[in-house]
Design a protein around this ligand. Structure first.
Ligand code: ADP
Ligand code: GLC
Length: 485
């Protein structure tokens, strides 16, 4: 198999900069595609967190004026990632996360910041970096959406383009008046171009103008073609059905490996999973919960956002206590949820505890020490925490939506009898159905052999990137004209 080259375009990448699963996917997919003879070079913004980790780099492109300042593109290898870094201090040398300042508010010039990323992507796609000519340009989410637009309207032949939707809730819209300032021609403002309900839509542009669209699970690929989950884009996605596929995410099984996890008090494998129990009291102490092997310990590792159904967990705290359970929450996000968990922890000492913030070590400790992981998402394009939970033997208790549908086998009576369940599903997504799922978890927990079977089934499931990477590689190769490979 001859090798092909992909230019990936993304606004965050693990382990350099991460706000969610997008970064995990960008990092791990690039690495996994190497086994498929697909070489990926990823273009990312030069945020301080990225620039600080570069040791040696070569400037491969210099741009005098990029939306109000000079910029360079650096080629660098950082922690095994092959990167183009867009060093544009006037756009990216700022505190905060990739999208917002320390006050949590989005930067007002985000349209220009990510249009800059897309313009540079288009120039790299055209071969402006000597020795680099990609066969495919693979953009992720709205931040990469204008890449296909710049490649379309400059009128030159272009490499094939793929856009992956990680979350339709973030669409990147800006006023139509920015069309010319963004360097787009008047004809781009069309129904089959960047126009979106009278504004400019970055994601909409990517979905209209890319050769292929993927999303991160087959179930979400079906859901987003319905008005209920399409967030205004379902019509376009239905029209592009032939070009839309769902490819499930995996997780990096080197980062998430319970046998060799240095953050665990007692690493374990499926064979030695009896040792897993030693991680539970350590987790309980870490959170200040009562140390009690018999308490059914629920964990949460999540952005604290409406999408994730966090309010539904808050509505079930009484129930969790009543069934003799405990809750350990790790997360950050919406200040009202952060406050609600702080208050709940105070009101229910030893039973409910919350660490507000982002902490990878604690995330690993929860996956290894909790008995079950709560994931009551209202929608979930794929979800990675249920995959981590399964690999670590925490039983996912999850809404039956999106990728959670595709990755978990509900332990109903039939599945238990057949010995194939891997978790607990509920739908529709309400506090009542979550409560019923929590009670069902308690019943399964009361049958230790059955519960252990659920754990073992999860741990046996292949949640790695191997199969998904092969699927992306097939999709990319299908887009390259015969003879060019
Ligand atoms: P989303 O991208 O919608 O937030 P995913 O489940 O796809 O959801 O990915 C979330 C990723 O972020 C997982 O790798 C998860 O372990 C991690 N994560 C979420 N919240 C935290 C946190 N507070 N601390 C550490 N890791 C977190
Ligand atoms: C988004 C989605 C999540 C998905 C992740 C990576 O953040 O919310 O479901 O797993 O992207 O694709």
């Amino acid at each position: 198999m001859s090798s092909i080259t992909v230019l990936a375009v993304v606004s965050e990448i693990y382990p350099l900069i991460k706000t969610g699963g997008l970064a995990d996917v960008a990092g791990a997919l690039a690495g996994s595609l190497a086994a498929e003879s697909v070489e990926v070079v990823t273009l990312v913004p030069g945020y301080p967190a990225v620039m600080n980790k570069i040791n040696t780099a070569e400037a491969v492109l210099t741009v005098k004026a990029l939306f109000g300042g000079a910029a360079r593109v650096l080629r660098a290898k950082v922690v095994g990632l092959d990167l183009f870094v867009l060093d544009a201090p006037h756009l990216f040398a700022r505190p905060g996360n990739p999208y917002a300042g320390p006050d949590g508010r989005d930067w007002p010039d985000n349209p220009f910041r990510f249009a800059a990323l897309c313009q540079i992507a288009a120039r790299l796609a055209r071969g402006e970096c000597p020795g680099f000519r990609p066969d495919i340009v693979h953009g992720h989410d709205w931040q990469a959406g204008l890449t296909a637009a710049y490649l379309t309207y400059d009128g030159y032949p272009r490499p094939a383009t793929v856009i992956t939707i990680h979350n339709l809730a973030f669409q990147g819209q800006c006023p139509a008046a920015l069309l010319t300032p963004l360097g787009l021609p008047p004809r781009a403002f069309a129904l089959d171009g960047v126009e979106y309900y009278g504004t400019i839509g970055f994601l909409k542009a990517g979905l209209s103008l890319s050769d292929r669209i993927t999303t991160v699970s087959p179930a979400y690929a079906a859901e987003i073609r319905t008005p209920e989950h399409g967030m205004g884009l379902d019509g376009l996605l239905r029209a592009r059905s032939e070009s839309l596929t769902g490819i499930l995410n995996g997780i990096d099984d080197a980062v998430w490996n319970p046998r060799e996890d240095a953050w665990l008090a007692a690493p374990y494998s499926i064979q030695t999973r009896a040792k897993r129990g030693q991680n539970k009291p350590v987790l309980q102490k870490h959170f200040g919960l009562a140390v009690d092997q018999k308490a059914l310990l629920f964990g949460v590792v999540s952005r604290l956002a409406w999408q994730k159904g966090i309010d539904l967990i808050l509505a079930n705290l009484d129930l969790i206590e009543r069934i003799g359970g405990q809750l350990a929450v790790l997360g950050s996000g919406d200040p009202s949820f952060e406050e609600a968990f702080r208050a709940a922890a105070k009101a229910r000492p030893g039973r409910v505890a919350a660490l507000i913030g982002y902490d990878e070590r604690t995330a690993h400790m929860i996956q290894a020490g909790a008995d079950a992981l709560l994931i009551p998402s209202r929608f979930e394009p794929c979800g990675l925490t249920q995959l981590c939970a399964m690999r670590y033997g925490a039983v996912p208790v999850a809404a039956r939506v999106g990728g959670l549908t595709d990755t978990i086998i509900d332990a109903n009576e039939m599945a238990v009898a057949a010995g194939i369940g891997t978790g607990i599903h509920f739908s529709p997504v309400t506090s009542g159905t979550l409560g019923a799922a929590i009670e069902r978890t308690r019943k399964l927990w009361d049958a230790p052999m059955v519960f252990d079977r659920l754990r073992a089934n999860g741990m046996k499931t292949d949640v790695s990137w191997r199969a998904p990477a092969a699927a992306y590689a097939r999709l990319f190769r299908d887009l390259i004209p015969a003879g060019a490979q």
